[in-house]
Each structure stands twice: as C-alpha cells, then as structure tokens.
Design a protein around this ligand. Sequence first.
Ligand code: ZN
Length: 195
Amino acid sequence: MILPIVQYGHPALRQKGAEIHEVTDAVRQLVKDMIETMHAANGLGLAAQQVGKALQLTVLDARKSDRPSQLFLGVMEMPLDSMMPLVLLNPKITRLEGGEIGQEGCLSFPKIYLDISRAHTIHVAAIGLDGRSLQFVATGLLSRAIQHEMDHLQGVLFIDKVAPAALEPLESDLQKLKIQTLAELKKKKRKKPRG
Ligand code: ZN
C-alpha cells in the first residue's frame, strides 16, 4: 500500500524515532508499504517519520541513480542489486571518513534541493528485517542517502544542515509549504468522525 508522505511542517518530521526491539508482522508490513511508497515517489530513501511513524527505521534503494554508490560487507564489494532495497532498523554510524558536498532533495520538501556536506564513507551497524545484525560500509550516494535518512530518524532535516544564508532564497517556499501542511492537518482533524 502506498502511504501518504508527510511534508515539511508536519510534527512527525521533528520526532526522534523509538528503537525497534522486535520485528513483528506490523513492522514487516510497514517496511513493505514504505518500500512501495519510496519506489512510487522515485525516492532514494524514506524514513519512518516521513510516513508519520516515529521509529528507528529507514528503507533505501540507490540502484536507479547514475551517481555512484558502493556497499561493502567486510572487504567484499556487493552488487547493489543483491542488497537493495536496503532496510535498516536502529541504524548507527560507527565511523565516518572523508567529506564532500553534494546535492540533496527530500520527499518531504518537493522541488527543494540543497548542497549538503556529508562524509564520503560511513561504517554502519544496524538490524536487518530478518532480525539479524548487519554491518557494512557505504560510499558515495548511498552513504549520503543513509546519512540523510538517519538524520530523519533523529528528527533532523536537511535544512538544518546548511548555513542560514543558503536558506534565505528558499524562505518563502518553505513558509508556504509549512502553512499548506498545517492547513491540511487541521482539515483532517476536522473531518475525523466523532465518538
Ligand atoms: Zn528526507
């Protein structure tokens, strides 16, 4: 099922995600829906906060982009096809290497792109959908996407990562988006049946 993606201004985007202690049927269903939602939106990654759930859960798929990505299990580079879509529960970054500036978008900020500085290479420890621990190294676009999604899991957004001057030209677009999101939230609340 394709889920609605919440937009900037929605309070869920500022919530820190709770850790997942058990891979239940509900978690598996949410993951399935999030992957479907990410693919339908042509996204590279989607965090649980973006579908209104404050959990330490993100899904990613870096296969479609022409910007290079690598994923290593130990010293072995894995074909992306064998690892994507990638599901990360309770992810942690254990090591960061290098840095580079690159363009990022976000499904919760339609048509807004920002140059963000991120580590080039990250070492990640997470739990996979099978409940087992998963450790890997990611580089390039995949590394960037994981860092972006992991910020979401802490309630941090990409607009928080740039200097105020970089946001100035976007100020009115951001304000409009926020007002629209809040108006839609109000409408939904009103529509809720009583009792
Ligand atoms: Zn995002």
